[in-house]
Design a protein around this ligand. Structure first.
Ligand SMILES: Nc1ncnc2c1ncn2[C@@H]1O[C@H](COP(=O)(O)OP(=O)(O)OP(=O)(O)O)[C@@H](O)[C@H]1O
Ligand SMILES: N[C@@H](CCO)C(=O)O
Length: 325
């Protein structure tokens, strides 16, 4: 579930009068997602032909001060042909509003569905879409520090402390070893740019093998560009529980990215380490949430060990295995 703030339909209808969006026809809470409250709105549309929008209310993890960065980034990417949802301005030009006591935005609705078992063709399309995103991001002036960089991983690990071993005996020691390895080997001089940083299959909308939308830019930030490919690789190339590696998907993502953007020899050589970092990042955020979310909370906790399995795999292979020869 992801509707933390329940907004009465009358309030949404009144909210919509600020926009050229028509009147509310229906509002449905969207179950997917864990960070924000999302509603799918159907309206009569300014032209009376009916229109769909996403209404997002920002909950604890998104800092309101970061919203202008996300808005400007999506405008920049959208203007360069990326299929990303724009934030919609009201008649006074305002994109950020307050609704039911939360920061709220009306956002363009994109069609498509998220795949759960990607085919190699779909993985290739996702790799291409990421490469195109990185190309389009060139020249974007905004910057945002990645709060979940290596320093952020250390801070999260310290917060989890002794509780790691409640998830899995020995997990605390494994995380400490991995942090020490990454401190010693994390690449310092690879190209940096704005990255999505969370391009999981549930953040890519598709129709068949075609990408129709990239969504959920709320982790986007400035970091090592090829790290974004590593995050995407870790999310697309395994069974959900991390136990099965799908090599054909890895080769397809690598080929799609290389075609759309290109990957240098230095980025390729560092790829297994970048993937270890990506696996640790999601292991840590999931472990933190696991420890700090009551088991009976409405939100479904994601399994941290699914990322421990990925981490162990990434620690045992080379770039050719991960991306194809
Ligand atoms: N612009 C959009 N067009 C169409 N559907 C959307 C759009 N934005 C969000 N959705 C739908 O809402 C769901 C949740 O959105 P989103 O992923 O942004 O939520 P979240 O709470 O930030 O979740 P998480 O970070 O866990 O992925 C998506 O899986 C998708 O079904
Ligand atoms: N994609 C993240 C959730 C937050 O975006 C995960 O699967 O752990």
């Amino acid at each position: 579930m992801a509707v933390y703030t329940h907004v009465p339909a009358e309030e949404i209808d009144a909210f919509l009068t600020r926009y050229d969006a028509g009147r509310l026809v229906s509002a449905k809470g969207i179950a997917e997602g864990v960070e924000n409250s999302n509603y799918l709105l159907e309206t009569t549309g300014a032209d009376g032909k009916g229109h769909r929008y996403i209404l997002t209310l920002y909950e604890k993890r998104v800092d309101e001060a970061d919203l202008p960065f996300f808005m400007d980034l999506l405008d920049h990417l959208g203007a360069r042909g990326c299929l990303v949802p724009r934030f919609i301005a009201d008649r006074e030009g305002k994109r950020l509003q307050q609704l039911s006591g939360r920061p709220a935005c009306l956002i363009e609705f994109l069609t498509g569905i998220s795949v759960t078992e990607p085919t190699p063709g779909q993985a290739r399309a996702a790799g291409m879409a990421l490469g195109e995103l990185h190309k389009a991001a060139q020249g974007f002036a905004g910057e945002r520090r990645n709060a979940l960089d290596i320093a952020g991983w250390h801070a999260l690990a310290a917060k989890c402390g002794a509780d790691f071993d409640r998830i899995d005996p020995g997990l605390g020691a494994r995380v400490a070893r991995e942090l020490a390895f990454l401190d010693a080997h994390w690449p310092a001089d690879l190209p940096r740019s704005v990255i999505h940083a969370d391009l999981f299959p549930d953040n890519v909308l598709m129709l068949g093998d075609a990408v129709t939308g990239l969504i959920d830019f709320y982790f986007s930030c400035t970091d090592i560009r090829a790290y974004d490919l590593a995050v995407t690789h870790s999310a697309w190339c395994f069974s959900n529980d991390g136990a099965t590696w799908h090599g054909a998907r890895g080769a397809a993502i690598g080929a799609g990215y290389a075609q759309a953007h290109g990957l240098s020899d230095a980025e390729r050589a560092a790829f297994p380490i970048l993937c270890r970092g990506a696996a640790l990042r999601f292991l840590l955020t999931r472990a933190y949430d696991w420890i700090n979310t009551p088991a009976d909370a409405l939100v479904t906790r994601k399994d941290p060990l699914a990322y421990l399995r990925r981490l162990d795999f990434y620690a045992s292979v080379d770039a050719a295995e991960l991306l194809g020869a």
